[in-house]
Design a protein around this ligand. Structure first.
Ligand SMILES: O=P(O)(O)OC[C@H]1O[C@H](O[C@H]2O[C@H](CO)[C@@H](O)[C@H](O)[C@H]2O)[C@H](O)[C@@H](O)[C@@H]1O
Length: 523
């Protein structure tokens, strides 16, 4: 036990030194790291006292749990990069044990709705005028404020300028992975990290930001929870990641906002503890809304999830479903001859992948998409990582989805000062969410990228394995505050213990200790 405690102190001092990239560019330890070290020593002392006292009380009990929890949480901050696979494995092994033990301390029934089957659309109830459904050739713009009026080029073939712009955007959407490791890339990344520091090395700063606030977590799927792979159907989330997200979502409201269809992303993640928003936020299954936005009066539908819980289905682009279906079929047909092309139907948007298409054929992909835009003026194009997406021209994106979910979680929460929304994502489409959080310092955006990128996010993480560490770290930080209080309570109780009544009082105190957690969970 003593060895564990001393190892903990040693780690505490060692681990809060700046990470590899920051050391290279900064070369000195700043105040934040010293403050972290002091705070860590403080935690160590309280744990040490608490452990000794509980050991004296019951020598046979497993008293090393609190220090192990702290060691685990501290060790994770020391990862300079995810390349240290051995340490990662050891770390997650410990976390699993601690996670299980800790779950026995704190029980939660938090679960979020899951609905895999789309709710039937009742057009007349939704108030959609029949004109709006005759979409294919109608060129008239919609009067509603939710529809954007974006000037579009005249229909026809891609001209040289337009074609170059398309190809540039397609090329920059995801550079070849091998090139990233080149000399100099590390230095550029290090410099970029001064502007967007690693969220792992900025724990203290984020923790200060989160002080007395309730955390709400928003996660992207591809490139954030699962690594980018050639075949979108093989973008699987690891069991460790699933375990980490599940444990986190038990205590903090957590939502996944993906470009994929809601059904597909639920199928891939498979957790009932989360909220899901598919098609870049155009398909949200969330908690029952207390206030319905007047901008979208006909897009909310009250329904029940698989567990029979009342939930709210929000689909601001419902009327586009038949159009998207038609576009999907056309694109499948049109790209049939292009080797490697893949088209996905996400119900409210269509993805055209060119990751496996020879670069000399990218122009043909661009032309197919342009033909669709020419035929359907109410659709627009966005870019992702080696993917072009066709979606409705409505004023809705991942940023709006974050605001919507914050509102749903508690009326008006999106503007309240006591909530800290955290959004983690890797793609261009996540920038809308980063922007929303950056405006007015509302929350904290974290970009997942292993190369410098222009972004509205404040912090960065290299890849999904660092996302996993970050998620577990935050969950454990709560356990630390509870064990911290727990240690104090043991100390207090030991000094003050005079009657048997106080022993029975103890569990209730622990419950109060857990209120930090409960507060966060019930925003
Ligand atoms: O918002 P997200 O959850 O990040 O979804 C964005 C797109 O993700 C998927 O494509 C990306 O990941 C694939 C698998 O790793 C990769 O092959 C592809 O090149 C990436 O663009 C998904 O297939 C798209 O439909 C989503 O729009």
């Amino acid at each position: 036990m003593l060895f564990t405690q001393f190892r903990f102190l040693f780690d505490a001092v060692k681990l809060f030194s700046p990470g590899r990239e920051e050391r290279k560019t900064k070369g000195k330890i700043d105040n934040v790291h010293w403050n972290s070290t002091l705070r860590t020593c403080q935690i160590f002392l309280v744990h040490f006292a608490g452990t000794i006292l509980s050991f004296l009380e019951n020598p046979s009990a497993n008293n090393v749990l609190p220090p192990i929890k702290c060691c685990v949480a501290l060790e994770m901050t020391s990862f300079p990069s995810s390349s240290d696979k051995k340490t990662l494995k050891r770390w997650f092994f410990i976390d699993k044990r601690v996670g299980n033990l800790a779950t026995m301390d704190i029980e939660s029934n938090h679960s979020s709705p899951v609905l895999t089957d789309p709710a039937p659309i009742n057009k007349s109830r939704l108030g959609i005028h029949s004109n709006l459904l005759s979409y294919a050739t109608s060129g008239g713009s919609l009067s509603s404020s939710k529809y954007r009026n974006i000037p579009r080029k005249k229909p026809g073939k891609l001209d040289e300028v337009c074609s170059n712009a398309y190809l540039d955007a397609m090329k920059s959407s995801s550079p070849p992975r091998k090139k990233l490791i080149k000399d100099g890339a590390d230095t550029a990344y290090g410099t970029w990290m001064l502007k967007h520091p690693s969220a792992l090395n900025s724990f203290e700063e984020i923790a200060n930001f989160a002080k007395n606030k309730k955390i709400a977590m928003f996660l992207d799927y591809d490139g954030t929870l699962s690594p980018i792979v050639d075949d979108p159907d093989n973008a699987l989330m690891s069991d460790d990641m699933r375990f980490a997200v599940r444990n986190f979502a038990k205590y903090f409201p957590t939502a996944i906002i993906s470009g994929r269809s809601r059904d597909k992303v639920y199928q891939l993640v498979g957790l009932t503890e989360l909220y899901y928003a598919g098609s870049h936020g155009m398909d949200i299954l969330g908690p029952v809304r207390r206030a319905v936005s007047s901008d979208h009066p006909n897009c909310n539908e009250s329904t029940t999830d698989q567990q029979g819980k009342e939930v709210n289905l929000f689909q601001p682009a419902r009327e586009f479903i038949p159009m998207i279906d038609e576009v999907f079929r056309t694109l499948v047909e049109d790209t049939k001859g292009i080797k490697g092309a893949k088209v996905e139907n996400h119900k409210f948007c269509v993805s055209v992948h060119f990751r496996n298409v020879d670069e000399k054929n990218w122009q043909s992909i661009a032309q197919c998409v342009q033909d669709i835009l020419d035929k359907y003026p109410r659709l627009r194009k966005t870019h992702g990582r080696k993917v072009l997406e066709v979606r409705p021209m409505i004023d809705w994106n991942k940023g709006k989805a974050v605001e919507f979910l914050l509102d749903s979680l508690g009326a008006g929460l999106s503007n309240r000062d006591d909530v800290l929304p955290i959004y983690i994502g890797d793609d261009l489409t996540d920038e809308d969410a980063f922007k929303v959080l950056r405006e007015g310092n509302r929350g904290c955006g974290i970009l997942v990228s292993s190369r410098p990128k222009e972004t509205n996010a404040v912090y960065s993480l290299r890849d999904p394995s660092e996302v996993q560490i970050f998620i577990v770290f935050h969950k454990l930080s709560i356990f630390i505050s509870i064990s911290f209080r727990f240690s104090f309570q043991i100390l207090w109780w030991k000094l003050d213990n005079t009657s048997g009544d106080e022993i029975s009082q103890f569990p209730r105190d622990m419950e109060e200790g857990g209120c930090i957690l409960n507060n966060r969970r019930t925003i």
